[in-house]
Design a binder for this molecule. Structure first.
Ligand code: GLU
Length: 470
């Protein structure tokens, strides 16, 4: 089977939830692979056993699943690839690109500090020694032999970057216990996973210099790097808890929908003319690396909500209802019925433009989902005066007389206007108590829409409840 021309990967360390920055990195890798008909792979970088937890791995898998970023093939667990990492290190020893270093940890630290002081990178004296010099029994590490010269990469975002190799320490590849270090593992895994493009946060930029040296030493092709500036808070400072929700699941719980969050994150640090709103197909078509902005992106929660609102409007009604269920239930804990659910679905087109999140959608739908008798707020007493109730009871008769086919916005509006005229009062004298009786003060659209969406039976029953309560 021929290899796909583009293979990207997301390689999170499982030390916490799926961070908003990680979600964007995953998204960029996903979109780039999709655009080129390639593959998007997932590798869990769990070599640091002390910091990695199965819960964090699960949170990342769940987060990606919720975000709608499916990966190709099986999940790769870095810790399971140690034999390949060791083999690569040993092959570099054989070709003279790496060496055994017998310095004790203390000596190594002292020499590294001295090198720093002298303004150059650390080189172990063991780099020039060979088997004849090896002590019989002593611990050693396998160290990379940084070559002379320069290392150059052409990053798809940052452009050409040149390092003098004198800046790089002879880094450890295998520790004294034989375990591989992270820097080696990343290179070997990316190579073995056929990764062609490494798109990741620019906090890894310096690593790409070190990793390039390892690729070259192994005689492997170096992938195309693209280092994306990190996301900052709205105040321009590095993102921290202080800025509010950081994990994808927090946005889910706030009522963001995956397509909305994907759209927002795609545009966060990537520009494409004036276009803000993208369908998934448009996103996969438009996304490219040159559009990635070189400066740090700032989170803008207002914009996030705006984009999400647009995606709520574009959503299929039944899908939206399914996603909104937990929020609808939470809004009406004491009895979210199947009738209420049907009313919400029927009203979806009115609800969509009134909500930027599913939480708001559930709040806007509350007038439809409230179980009877609708509890009345304190201010209802004034609005539902004796005079108002008398009128409501007459209105109930007029409404009851309407045919089912007349139970639509226009005829209902005409009925209400007509009723007000017949009683010689302004529309408000009817509208206000009727709205209170039907909604209990919950947010609601035009009265004729409220009546239509509640339906005849529920409307009459809610009016009846208020009349019989007095
Ligand atoms: N595991 C690293 C992280 O979570 C990413 C490494 C990479 O993308 O090369 O920051």
């Amino acid at each position: 089977m021929s290899r796909p021309a583009v293979v990207t990967r997301f390689a999170p360390s499982p030390t916490g939830f799926l961070h908003i920055g990680g979600a964007r990195t995953a998204l960029f890798n996903y979109l780039y692979a999709k655009k080129h008909g390639g593959q998007f792979k997932l590798r869990i970088e769990d070599t640091d056993k002390a910091r990695s937890t199965p819960e964090a791995t699960q949170a990342i898998l769940d987060g990606l699943d919720w975000m709608g970023l499916p990966h190709d093939g099986d999940v790769v667990y870095q810790s399971q690839n140690a034999p390949a990492h060791i083999e690569a290190a040993m092959s570099m020893v054989e070709t003279g690109r790496a060496y055994r270093c017998y310095l004790s940890p203390e000596d190594q630290e002292a020499q590294r500090a001295a090198a720093r002081e002298a303004g150059h990178a650390f080189r172990s004296p063991w780099r020039e020694l060979g088997p004849a010099d090896y002590p019989d029994s002593a611990d050693y590490v396998i160290r990379f032999k940084v070559p002379e010269g320069e290392t150059v990469i052409t990053d798809a975002v940052q452009g050409k970057i040149t390092w003098n190799n004198k800046e790089f320490d002879d880094l450890v590849l295998l520790r004294a216990d034989g375990s591989p270090v992270y820097m080696l593992a990343v290179v070997v895994d990316d190579h073995n996973m056929d990764v062609t493009h490494v798109i990741r946060g620019d906090d890894h930029l310096i690593n790409s210099g070190r990793q390039t040296l390892i690729y070259r030493a192994l005689g492997w092709d170096v992938p195309q790097f693209a280092h994306v500036p990190l996301i900052h808070g709205p105040d321009g400072k590095k993102l921290s808890k202080r800025h509010g929700a950081l994990g994808a699941e927090a946005y889910r719980d706030d009522g963001y929908i995956p397509s909305g969050l994907r759209n927002y994150l795609m545009k966060l640090g990537w520009s494409h003319g004036d276009q803000e709103i993208f369908t998934d197909a448009q996103a996969a078509e438009a996304f490219d690396l040159p559009g990635i902005v070189k400066s740090a992106a700032r989170l803008d929660f207002e914009k996030m909500a705006y984009v999400n609102g647009k995606h709520i409007e574009m959503s299929d009604n039944a899908d939206l209802l399914a996603r909104a269920q937990p929020f609808l239930r939470a809004e009406t804990p004491d009895g979210y019925t199947s009738e209420a659910e049907a009313r919400v679905l029927a009203a979806m087109e009115d609800l969509k433009p009134r909500a930027k999140t599913l939480k708001e959608l559930a709040q806007q739908a509350f007038y439809l989902t409230r179980p009877r008798p609708v509890p009345m707020p304190a201010k209802a007493k004034k609005i539902l005066s004796e005079e108002a109730l008398n009128r409501l009871s007459e209105l109930q008769i007029s409404l009851e007389a309407l045919q089912d086919t007349q139970w639509q916005s226009e005829p209902l509006q005409a009925c209400l206007t007509d009723f007000a005229a017949r009683h010689g009062v302004g529309f408000g004298k009817i509208g206000q108590p009727l709205r209170m009786a039907l909604t209990g003060g919950a947010p609601s659209p035009d009265l004729s829409v409220v009546l239509t969406r509640l339906g005849k039976a529920e409307t009459l029953a809610r009016i009846g409840d208020v009349l019989s309560a007095t």
